[in-house]
Design a protein around this ligand. Sequence first.
Ligand SMILES: [Zn+2]
Length: 264
Amino acid sequence: MKIADLLNKYYPDKADKLFRLFPRMENTARETDVIPWEEEFGIADRNPEAAKEIEFWSKLADMKAISEEEAAKKISEIVERCGAVSITKGVAWFGDEKKVSFRDRVPEFHVIVHELGHVHFEATDPVWASVYGGGEELLHLIYGGRLENVFEDNEKAVSNYIKLLELGYTDRDAFFKVADGIAERLVDKLGLKFEDSDPIPMPGVDELINNHTSARMVLFTGSIPSADNFPQNLLVCATSAIIYRDGFESLWIEFLKELEKWQP
Ligand SMILES: [Zn+2]
């Protein structure tokens, strides 16, 4: 059985809508096998997503993008999380192998979409999962109707969101070039005026604000930018503003529309 068969069988209306909004995802769903569940998929070293994520953090440590200590901490978190077998509802193999497996015979719709997204966007959890502020969050805003007619190409909007977040982990300078570039275009286009702020007594925050227009935009929309993980913080600001309609959603929608135009 393929993912497309599973979706069409149990969620025909939802599948129609998903594939109308993300037509190339339908091709991936037709190509991706659903294989039987084995209890060991819920254990960290037998879980293909955990393995990809461990590879992701180890690679960052090798590139010196994060320290060995940070990588070790992230990896022990994954082992702890995936060790709790009862919470793993599905797993995906992506990259060369395309297959998924689900614990339940009839998985919930969002669980199927989560695993399909891994395969389709070839993205590991830190840049895909909504719990990490990944691209899944944007997909659900589009699917749920909040951003249904906003983008010309929904898949490109989600894919660029994932790629920008990934750059935030792998190449901070390249990340800021894109993020600040978009923020600067919006300042010009919308005539935004960022007031000078009083010093913020948190390590690294003033430096971030003084050097990066994207960080000033976060401050302008009412949040203190995070010096620890600004890339994730920036994108979560965008999606939360839209979810909670905090008054700045139209600015963040413009941000995401500009991000869709980016050619990575
Ligand atoms: Zn996942």
